[in-house]
Design a protein around this ligand. Structure first.
Ligand SMILES: [Zn+2]
Length: 127
């Protein structure tokens, strides 16, 4: 629960993405810090921590038995999952997530979701 004067306060924003929780979005500067000025890796780690993309997944190739880890790759996300056992097993980090089949940046999708949820909340309050 934010203390008095913390909601919307730039000085009370959290600057490290790993310490930002969904509850911290009551201060819009935390959302801004994470998805607008944050690093791509910081965004992806936050999405992993909050269950929006996979973390510590088994390899999706049948009978491999390896596990997947985020690795840099020249693609829209800048990262992909690569199998620790076989480097040829590489998968989009979006596979099976809400970001699957989208060609937008995950940060842009999160901003879109936040803005629309915010608008719905405002609409509900005034109806
Ligand atoms: Zn594998």
């Amino acid at each position: 629960m934010p203390r008095k004067g913390e909601v919307g306060n730039f000085r009370s924003r959290k600057t490290e993405s790993k310490y930002i929780t969904i509850c911290d979005f009551t201060n819009p500067w935390n959302f801004f810090q994470l998805f607008i000025v944050g690093t791509q890796l910081g965004i992806l780690e936050w999405l992993q921590y909050n269950g929006l993309i996979g973390d510590d997944l088994p390899c999706w190739r049948e009978s491999c038995g390896g596990s997947l880890k985020l690795r840099k790759k020249s693609c829209i996300d800048g990262y992909a999952f690569r199998c620790r056992k076989d480097k040829n097993h590489e998968f989009s980090l979006r596979k099976g997530t809400i970001f699957d089949k989208s060609h937008y940046l995950v940060a842009d999708i999160m901003v879109f979701i936040k803005v629309n949820i915010f608008l719905c909340t405002i609409t509900q309050k005034h109806c």
